[in-house]
Design a protein around this ligand. Structure first.
Ligand code: SF4
Length: 490
């Protein structure tokens, strides 16, 4: 075997779409190419041993923000024990600021940007000569029709046990400066009929959970409608064997035709990830994010009241010009719209993103190590930023987990951000932990906190028991409130 494609996924359930694209587009080298995925946290020696068990001449690694540090250790060990193996890197993390990266120094070659054409070409040159002279190869972007779709490479095991990532388009026409897709300038659709034929074949093979990675699913409404119709037809034909789809939406673009389609989906079939990021117009202008806040809010409200879609809405703390107060205002505004989950993200300086232009003026200080999280800026000092980081972590445990559906509204009162921040500060002071808080302990801590806020002990415990089925089985009979609906996708 000549070529091994590999990566370290964040979880076993995440099947790498990027590697499958490469394999699908290897051309005459495909028969000599294999794919093997690992999961972060695996032992470096074991990964290297399993890579070498394929006796590859070339190993292509997919490098992402979540795996770059561990992969660097794998590459370093691999080059020590098997220096004859050629290492080629690709993926978003090595596509920008390439030459200054430690992992790049360890590797033989790098393909930046799109690898579909350039990676097989480079492999051909490595195997058959002439030996490529340049270390860094800028990926050539072919016409979309020339890219072979990779979906048949999902194995039956993938279909049964893992999240299937699919994309009807690549790229994004918007330019939000904190986002890597800001560099795309536009979006490129795949031919819709071929794409839907692949989805049909996945469906026939048993796939029921489709996660679209298109950056803006609702960009071209005609296309969005056709894709949604594909799923609606399946749901109508087999209501007892439902299919489930996840899409990313821009929030201020939901024409009536699309709303009509969305409204037809039954509960549990549709999930939207919606980026609000900030409700602050001054911040939006600073980071070149174009968003009609009123329309966005109206659409989220419409989705929560008129559709069964499960909604996961993103906000980012730490953006230039965003104070804690203005972030809190946006958070409270979003909470009032009742999405099922608020994803409280902390700004990260992704390599290559234009947000770097604000570094001096806004005093942006980022962690130099992945994932390059903001540590402080002109408006939020380091310790306050850490309070926000803990807020985000606890918010996941308490709010997004869906485990405290009855307790959460009581905990938050009319001032969700301020009340949860106070709870978060208290919880940290009393547990000294942000991870590994066992559920039973968390339940007890929430009950204790409510008592510090004046709630009677019995009332607090009864409230928690109504959420915590383990404490009182009767709670299972209580219908889950809307916010308690859990994310179905990984
Ligand atoms: S944040 Fe969303 S809308 Fe903005 S550039 Fe990135 S993908 Fe596009």
């Amino acid at each position: 075997m000549s070529i091994l494609l590999t990566t370290l996924n964040a979880r076993y359930t995440h099947a790498s779409l990027g590697l499958r694209y490469l394999l699908a587009n290897m051309g005459e080298l495909q028969s000599q190419t294999r794919l093997q995925e690992f999961v972060i946290g695996a032992k470096t020696t074991e990964i290297v041993e399993r890579i070498l068990a394929h006796a590859p001449r070339i190993v292509g690694f997919g490098i992402y923000i979540w795996n770059v540090e561990e992969t660097a250790r794998v590459v370093a060990m691999l080059k020590r024990v098997a220096p004859q193996v050629t290492v080629v890197l690709g993926g978003p993390e090595v596509s920008h600021e390439t030459n200054e990266q430690e992992i790049v120094k360890l590797a033989d070659y790098v393909v930046t940007g799109w690898g579909d054409v350039t990676f097989p070409k480079l492999c051909g040159e490595i195997l058959n000569g002439p030996k490529p002279l340049m270390k860094v190869h800028a990926g050539v972007q072919p016409p979309m029709a020339e890219i072979k779709l990779p979906y048949s490479l999902y194995t039956d095991d993938d279909i049964k046990n893992r999240t299937l990532y699919v994309e009807a388009s690549r790229g994004c026409p918007f330019k939000c400066e904190f986002c890597l897709s800001a560099l795309d300038k536009t979006a490129w659709p795949f031919a819709l009929d071929s794409f839907l034929a692949e989805m049909e074949s996945l469906y026939q093979r048993g796939a029921r959970l489709f996660k679209f990675v298109d950056r803006t699913f609702n960009l071209n409404i005609k296309t969005s409608l056709k894709i949604m119709q594909f799923f609606l037809d399946k749901l109508e034909a087999h209501p007892d064997d439902p299919v489930y789809a996840h899409f990313e939406l821009v929030p201020d673009h939901l024409p009536d035709a699309l709303k009509e389609g969305i409204a037809k989906f039954p509960p549990g079939a549709l999930q939207f990830e919606i980026g609000i990021q900030s409700f602050n117009p001054a911040v939006q202008t600073l980071v070149s994010r174009k968003q009609d806040n009123q329309k966005a809010a109206d659409n989220i409200r419409w989705l929560t009241t008129q559709s069964h879609a499960h909604m996961h809405v993103d906000l980012i703390a730490g953006l230039p010009g965003e104070t804690v107060e203005s972030f809190a205002e946006g958070f409270n505004k979003l909470w009032a719209l009742e999405p099922h989950e608020i994803q409280f993200g902390i700004l990260k300086r992704l390599r290559g993103t234009p947000i770097i232009r604000h570094t001096q003026e806004y005093g942006m200080v980022y962690d130099p190590y992945p994932p390059y999280t903001i540590l402080a800026n002109k408006d939020i000092d380091f310790s306050t930023m850490q309070r926000l980081v803990r807020f985000a972590r606890y918010w996941d445990l308490v709010a997004n987990s869906g485990r405290f559906g009855h307790t959460l509204p009581v905990l938050l009162g009319g001032q969700p951000f301020q009340r949860f921040m106070a709870f978060s500060d208290w919880l940290y002071a009393n547990t000294d932990a942000t991870h590994r808080i066992a559920l039973e302990r968390l339940v007890a801590m929430v009950a204790r906190y409510l008592q510090t806020q004046g709630m009677d002990k019995d009332d607090a415990e009864a409230l928690l028991a109504s959420d915590y089925a383990g404490a009182k089985p009767k709670a299972a009979e209580t219908p889950a409130p809307k916010r308690q609906a859990r994310r179905l996708a990984a």
